[in-house]
Design a protein around this ligand. Structure first.
Ligand SMILES: Cc1cc2nc3c(=O)[nH]c(=O)nc-3n(C[C@H](O)[C@H](O)[C@H](O)COP(=O)(O)OP(=O)(O)OC[C@H]3O[C@@H](n4cnc5c(N)ncnc54)[C@H](O)[C@@H]3O)c2cc1C
Length: 403
């Protein structure tokens, strides 16, 4: 009986199950382990913008998400107080729609897709140790629920085990572009709170977003600067509700709704990690983590899965050197991620926009194309590099002057 795998994936959620599925679909022997058993919830507001939805569609999984009754989100609106910017995401492979499926729903669909593709999935399996021989990772040691420890070996161990990655702790990769925690948010679910797509409200030092999810519920997440986290935590419910009064009409709608779950919240640090080394790779939050304010994490995890699976395919089937293929994976990830990372970490400070930005936003407001473009930055379908390019800004400002 063969006991060795081409790849062992630690973590079976947004990064792990897709990378396992994509490798298994190419015919590789893949083992995926997760200490969770699915369906399983996790701390996440689970909005998936058009780029992530396009990935789900290309994998043949979007219909399953839609079939759960999760409503489509076509419109994003950002209420800055004096004005609201509203628009639609630019298409990504023809997709302009976002969805916010519960993680109990999404992650189960992903795990099942990995199984259907031929990956071996062990739920309720905790990795205790990354096995290293002669300076290279060669496997994992771990145990199932109530079972004894076993060792499994593979050509590569992929850490898809989240921002506190056990695999990353074992291999201690270079970490770069680090920033501290920037905002503290709490979210919960409401019934009787209809929303028009995704509604975002931005006020000085405060911000919130609401969007529809499964079971007719609306998720409402509300952030304070990290420096005020202790004060926010001191009376979560009162602070959450009081903050909504900064937009009285919105607060009125929430007063008419019913909270159906407890508050969940927290904060995360911001960093990139080198995502490969001898015998190991990192995907998803394990390799690149950022504040959730722009909701990029799930789409990023999907893209990591695609890039990593394609790099490993080049190594396994094409004989391309591992370090070369994986360096390209890292480069592509970072080139794509860095501009939106800077935008995200700036936004997560919840500081009022500087005067030039206020002027620009004033010019964007009311210009349908510019509003779609701004919304697309948030959706991850237009790079901030393109939006903030001098020619693009020039066109927006000229439009404002002409108007
Ligand atoms: C408050 C908050 C809100 C967010 N909102 C959004 C949003 O709206 N949209 C969005 O796109 N992203 C959002 N994110 C980010 C998003 O949740 C993550 O980017 C995404 O979950 C990353 O997926 P992952 O597979 O890399 O890791 P995870 O989802 O963290 O999964 C890691 C898995 O690894 C398993 N694991 C860990 N250690 C071990 C071990 N030793 N042995 C076995 N298994 C192990 C865990 O059980 C877990 O199932 C949010 C994050 C937070 C914190």
């Amino acid at each position: 009986m063969r006991t060795d795998y081409d790849a062992i994936v630690v973590g079976a959620r947004c990064a792990g199950s897709p990378v396992a599925m994509l490798l298994a679909r190419r015919g590789y022997r893949v083992l995926v382990v997760d200490r969770a058993t699915f369906p399983s919830d996790t701390v996440s507001t689970h909005l998936i913008h058009a780029p992530g939805v396009a990935a789900l569609r290309s994998w043949g999984l979007l219909d399953e998400v839609v079939a759960t009754g999760c409503p489509p989100i076509e419109r994003y609106s950002l209420d800055f107080g004096p004005f609201t910017i509203a628009g639609r995401s630019q298409p990504v492979d023809g997709v302009t729609t976002a969805y916010a499926p519960r993680r109990t729903v999404l992650d189960k669909i992903l795990v099942d897709a990995a199984v259907r593709a031929g990956a071996e999935v062990r739920e309720g399996f905790t990795v205790e140790k990354v096995v290293v021989e002669d300076g290279a990772v060669v496997g994992i040691r771990g145990h199932g629920e109530g079972g004894g420890s076993v060792t499994e070996r593979a050509k590569v161990v992929i850490g898809a085990d989240g921002r506190n990655s056990h695999v990353a702790k074992a291999v201690r990769p270079e970490q770069y572009h680090g920033k501290p925690m920037l905002q503290w948010s709490y979210y919960t679910y409401w019934s009787g709170l209809p929303v028009d797509g995704m509604e975002v409200v931005i006020r000085p030092d405060r911000g919130w977003g609401a969007f529809p999810t499964n079971d007719g519920l609306t998720l409402l997440v509300l952030g304070w600067p990290y420096a005020e986290a202790a004060a926010y935590k001191a009376d979560t419910e009162a602070n959450y509700l009081k903050t909504l009064e900064l937009a009285p009409a919105f607060a009125e709608r929430v007063r008419a709704a019913t909270r159906v779950e407890r508050f969940t919240g927290g904060s995360v640090a911001n960093f990139f990690r080198k995502p490969f080394g001898p015998g190991w790779a990192l995907v998803g939050d394990a390799g690149y983590n950022k504040d959730p304010i722009t909701a990029q994490g799930i789409s990023d995890a999907f893209h990591d899965a695609e890039r990593c699976a394609s790099a490993l395919d080049q190594v396994f089937a094409g004989g391309r050197p591992f370090a070369e293929a994986m360096a390209e994976y890292q480069r592509d990830r970072d080139v794509h991620a860095l501009p939106i990372y800077e935008f995200t970490t700036q936004m997560a400070r919840l500081e009022p926009p500087p005067p030039e930005m206020q002027q620009l936003l004033g010019a964007v407001h009311g210009n349908a194309d510019a509003m779609d473009a701004f919304v697309s930055v948030l959706a991850g379908s237009l790079s901030p590099v393109d939006f903030f390019a001098p020619e693009h800004i020039g066109r927006i400002m000229a439009g404002a002057v002409a108007a």
